[in-house]
Design a protein around this ligand. Structure first.
Ligand code: T3P
Length: 145
């Protein structure tokens, strides 16, 4: 009887731990996705060939060509530090967005682009970007605009 109770308690403990761990697991997956899609510290980017190659390499041309994607050319710690600036409103109305000025390459799909041969026009600039952050410590999980 006592053994059954211990088993039940252990099961409850395990379930509680799973519930607690799950959000941070989800956030980490979002962070990894953000890194894959939007962060390229080494690249200087800037031209169409860069976009054509990187959009494919970072798996954004698999089922369909992603229409618009921005690569940020900054150290990840610089990008993460944007999360500690003042909260602003995201496009979806949530208040977990933050803005910063960074070096970017914006890749925009061209008219002649057809999956799997997705084709992009590049625009390099230093501009204001808005990203959403989550977690503790706060980490970028979504590129807003
Ligand atoms: P994702 O959520 O997969 O990162 O807004 C729709 C998608 O376009 C979103 O994709 C972010 C991406 N995007 C950019 O990468 N740069 C931009 O400047 C804008 C407006 C959108």
């Amino acid at each position: 009887m006592a053994l059954q109770r211990i088993h039940a308690l252990l099961l409850l403990l395990l379930l509680t731990m799973l519930v607690l761990v799950q959000p941070s697991y989800g956030q980490d997956r979002m962070y990894q996705r953000f890194l894959r899609q939007h962060v390229d510290p080494e690249g200087t980017g800037g031209n169409d060939a860069y976009c054509n190659l990187m959009m494919q390499r970072r798996k954004m041309t698999v089922r369909q060509c992603k229409h618009v994607n921005t690569f940020i050319h900054e150290d990840i710690w610089n990008i993460r530090s944007i999360c500690s600036t003042t909260n602003i409103q995201c496009k979806n109305g949530k208040m977990n967005c933050h803005e910063g000025v960074v070096k970017v390459t914006d890749c925009r799909e061209t008219g002649s682009s057809r999956t799997p041969n997705c084709r992009y026009r590049a625009l390099a600039s230093t501009r204001r970007v808005v990203i959403a952050c989550e977690g503790n410590p706060e980490m970028p999980v979504h590129f807003d605009r």
